[in-house]
Design a protein around this ligand. Structure first.
Ligand code: FES
Length: 93
């Protein structure tokens, strides 16, 4: 089972392969910011600091939203992430 580490708290959780990061946060009470939950507001932007290959590839729509809200290279939207292997994730400004 993949392991997800949420960097701000340092907590590591087991997650089912293919799990949604959004649903994981809601179910586990992880305090990551979310807004629209559908990939358009950018509130949930984050960085996969380890295991970037262990999440679903970014789509053109997700990339457009990311580019509107941060300059951090490789940033993703937490509401669009599916966890497929071990990852460490942190929010980005
Ligand atoms: S919560 Fe709005 S883009 Fe993810």
């Amino acid at each position: 089972m993949p392991k997800l580490t949420y960097v701000p708290t340092g907590a590591t959780h087991d997650v089912p392969a293919g799990a949604s990061f959004l649903e994981f946060c809601q179910e586990q009470g992880v305090d990551h910011p979310f807004g629209c939950t559908v990939g358009s507001c950018g509130t949930c932007r984050c960085e996969v600091v380890e295991g970037a290959d262990n999440v679903n590839p970014i789509t053109d729509e997700e990339r457009e939203t990311v580019e509107m809200c941060t300059d951090v290279a490789g940033a993703r939207l937490g509401c669009q992430l599916k966890i497929q292997g071990d990852v460490s994730i942190r929010p980005v400004d």
